[in-house]
Design a protein around this ligand. Sequence first.
Ligand code: MN
Length: 244
Amino acid sequence: MIDFHCHLDLYKDPLSILPEVERYCEFVLAVTTSPKAWAKTSKKFEHISVVKTAIGLHPEILLNRIDEQKSLLKGVKLNRFIGEVGIDGSRNYSGSVDLQQKAFREVLLESEQCGGRLLSIHSRNASKEVLDIIERCCNKSTPILHWFSGSLDELERAKTLGVWFSINPMMTFSTKGNALISKMPLSKVLPESDGPFTQNKGIPYMPWDTSIVINHLAKTFGKTAQFINGVMKNNLKYLLDTHN
Ligand code: MN
């Protein structure tokens, strides 16, 4: 299984699930919410070859962690995986939207300076703002919108911009999520768990639960799960080869 957006460091006991991660997963992108968390997490998982740790600064905590933005930009130089970054326009965070936009733009510009990066991007209630910045500041990098929940028109715009998407189990259970997924290009899609924040009756989804996404894609696009797995492997390989 592939999990392209997982908060592996935020499970109750991350080390205890590593054996299963190694058994069931061929690739897990462990995103982090701050450069300080990244420093700890990347050390914790460095001996697990299927886990890659991304350096990020989550838009929901940006306001209180703005002093870490500098470390993030330094980290962009040294890492090919960036995330979780982006913009959250929900009411609770709308006060910091200007700051979030500025910070997100800086990350994209630094990524370009470094020849392009893979970015796992948060865009809740801010699809337009995120796409505006991607349109202006992203050329060599590959933006991957995680848990995209914009409108169908915004999805079309994202596709025109060449943006990628990572899809989690919760999206497959909602009508809106289904409508969006059915219009996403299979060649620019990867599965994610977004665990432990995604849950089923209080139990977090695990990185290998992306099989739910695979089965959903198979049903939606009239293919076998085996075929979809092959496509996902190719997509991953393409991204890793593009940003090696
Ligand atoms: Mn997340």
